[in-house]
Structures are given as structure tokens and as C-alpha cells.
Design a protein around this ligand. Structure first.
Ligand code: HEC
Ligand code: HEC
Length: 268
């Protein structure tokens, strides 16, 4: 081979090697990007889970199992397979979740089963419409809910809002009865008390025994708390909407109410 031929020969080998390296890197880059996408999707679901815990769990249940007499399940097979057809939604499920959550729902479509908190049945969540959440947060919530599809059951067991709660009246201590009622009646899903519950739909009740006295002029702390439970719309705490359940007046007995009030008065 002449020198020129040799140079061409080695030049071509060099080009081939460079090309192979580039192809190799390119393939890896694709993999890297795919992994990054997966990581981002997982992060989104995690953010959604945190938001759900704070804002949605009080009505839709810890695992999206729904609460009879309050709000529908979001993790049953019907929500993923039948619900869009029932409401005549044209887009996909992600769009339906984002649209519904963003605007809230003024009136429940199934008022006998899931009346929600009255009017609106579900509050508006998007900050575009006066709610507390940004668009990316609502997308994260949708990702979290859609992630339930893989494990969605044919029929979920709805949590119930219990009326008479067996066992509670056997407790001797009124404060223990009050605590049990607080957990069993769904208060814990919407309210936080340090060390007891983390609900955030309504105000933190950790010091309600003290703050209640200053809420409404002429009311003692006890009178205020009692009315807050049986007639929640009478006074709306600043910064909150009228979202508390209105049915406790029917589902909680006089004696149970006394215990609940005593328990809340003791939260100072
Ligand atoms: C005050 C109680 C309440 C809270 C809090 C609440 N929801 Fe709802 N939600 C409802 C009710 C009531 C409906 C309407 C049910 C109907 O129309 O049959 C509903 C409907 C929905 C739907 C449509 C379900 C369907 O089958 O059509 C989605 C999705 C949803 N909520 C997600 C959320 C998310 C996410 C959050 C938290 C950011 C949330 N909800 C917080 C009460 C609530
Ligand atoms: C669906 C969510 C929800 C449930 C369930 C719920 N609450 Fe509330 N609660 C709220 C909201 C929202 C407010 C603030 C608006 C208002 O003043 O009505 C509130 C307000 C209160 C207040 C007044 C707090 C203050 O700082 O002045 C008390 C007391 C209270 N709730 C007790 C209870 C008890 C006891 C239960 C259970 C028997 C309960 N709530 C169940 C959402 C809820």
C-alpha cells in the first residue's frame, strides 16, 4: 500500500470507531432519558400523594375508597372503566380528573350517595378559579389517582360515616369517648390535632378549647364548639369555606355531642 492509501485506510478505521462510539453514546442517552422520565413521573406521583393526604383524604378516604354519604371512591374499577361514559366525557381520564378537580363540583351528580359538603359539593381547587392549588399540583394529583388504576378493585368497600358507634359507650372516661367519636365520625379526616390527626380541610383544632371562646361575641367556648358541630354554617372561620358536613345534627346523639364537646374543650 502507498502512504496515501495507508492514510485513507486508517482514516476510515478512525471514522468507523468514532461512529460506533457516537451510536453507543446515543443509545445510552436514550436509556438515560427514559430513566429520567420514569424518575420524574415517580416524583410527580409522590407530590400528588402528599397533596391528596392534605386536601382530599377527608372526603374521598385514605386509599381513595370513598365515604358513603360524603364523596365517591376514586380507586374502584368503575371510576377507571365506566365513569367517563356515564357522564358523557369526551376526553381521557386525566383530562376529566384535572377539569373536575380544578373547578370543583357545584352540585353532586349522585346526591343520594355522595352529597359532598352541600353547595358546593366539592370546592374549587385551581388557583385560576379561586382555589388553593397550582396547575402543576393538580396534574400531580391526577398522576397519583391514575396510578391506582393497576390495582383498582371491582368493588370497593365504602367507608361509612358511622352513626351509633359500637363499643364507644362502654368507655368510662368521657374524654376517651370524645376522642373515639372524633376519630370515628370523620372529624379527624378534615381536622388536625397535634398527635391525633392530620386533616387539613378545616382549621387545626389543637388549641380549640382556648380559641373557641374568642370566636363569636357572647358565646362561651362550649357554646361555640357545640354550634360548630350541629350547625357549621352559623359561623365560618376566616380563610375557610363552608365545607364542614351538615349532617352531624342527625347522626350524633345528644350524649355523643356532650362527649365530643368535652373532648374539644380539653384541647387547650
Ligand atoms: C368536601 C368533600 C370533598 C373534598 C375535600 C374533595 N372532594 Fe372530590 N368530590 C366530592 C364530591 C361530593 C364529588 C362529586 C360526586 C358526584 O358528582 O357524584 C367529588 C368528585 C371528585 C372527582 C370526580 C369523581 C367522579 O366519579 O366523577 C374527582 C376526580 C375528585 N373529586 C377528586 C378530588 C381531589 C383530587 C380532591 C383533593 C384535591 C378532592 N376531590 C377533594 C367531594 C370532595
Ligand atoms: C368535610 C370536612 C369536615 C368534617 C368531616 C368536619 N369538619 Fe369541622 N370544619 C370543617 C371546615 C372547612 C371548617 C371551617 C369552616 C366553618 O367554620 O364552618 C370547620 C370548622 C370546625 C370548627 C370550628 C373551628 C374554629 O377554629 O373555630 C369545629 C369546632 C369543628 N369544625 C369541629 C368538627 C368536629 C367535632 C367534627 C366531627 C364531628 C368535624 N368538625 C367534622 C370541615 C370539616
Amino acid at each position: 500500500m502507498s502512504r496515501v492509501q495507508l492514510e485513507i485506510f486508517f482514516g476510515m478505521i478512525l471514522i468507523t470507531i468514532t461512529g460506533a462510539i457516537l451510536i453507543f453514546l446515543g443509545i445510552n442517552e436514550e436509556q438515560r432519558m427514559a430513566e429520567f422520565d420514569k424518575f420524574q413521573a415517580a416524583q410527580k406521583i409522590e407530590v400528588g400523594a402528599e397533596l391528596y393526604e392534605i386536601n382530599c383524604r377527608g372526603c374521598h378516604g385514605l386509599q381513595g375508597e370513598g365515604v358513603l354519604g360524603l364523596a365517591p371512591p376514586l380507586n374502584d374499577a368503575y371510576f377507571f372503566n365506566g365513569r367517563l361514559a356515564e357522564v358523557g366525557w369526551q376526553g381521557d381520564l386525566e383530562d376529566y380528573i384535572i377539569a373536575t378537580v380544578s373547578t370543583g363540583r357545584q352540585v353532586s351528580t349522585r346526591p343520594e350517595q355522595y352529597p359532598g359538603a352541600g353547595t358546593p359539593a366539592m370546592p374549587t381547587w385551581s388557583d385560576r378559579f379561586g382555589g388553593p392549588l397550582r396547575a402543576d399540583q393538580i396534574e400531580a394529583l391526577a398522576a397519583f389517582i391514575i396510578n391506582w388504576e393497576a390495582t383498582a378493585k371491582g368493588e370497593v368497600e365504602l367507608a361509612e360515616i358511622p352513626s351509633a358507634i359500637p363499643g364507644i359507650e362502654d368507655l368510662d372516661d368521657p374524654l376517651a369517648r370524645g376522642l373515639a367519636l372524633y376519630n370515628a365520625s370523620g372529624c379527624a379526616g378534615c381536622h388536625a390535632i397535634t398527635g391525633i390527626s392530620v386533616g387539613a380541610v378545616g382549621p387545626d383544632l389543637t388549641t380549640i378549647g382556648t380559641t373557641a371562646a374568642a370566636r363569636v361575641e357572647g358565646y362561651t367556648a362550649e357554646e361555640y364548639i357545640r354550634e360548630s358541630i350541629i350547625n357549621p354554617s352559623a359561623y365560618i372561620v376566616e380563610g375557610y369555606d363552608d365545607l364542614m358536613l351538615k349532617t352531624f345534627v342527625e347522626t350524633i346523639s345528644e350524649g355523643e355531642l356532650d362527649d365530643l364537646v368535652a373532648f374539644l374543650l380539653a384541647q387547650e
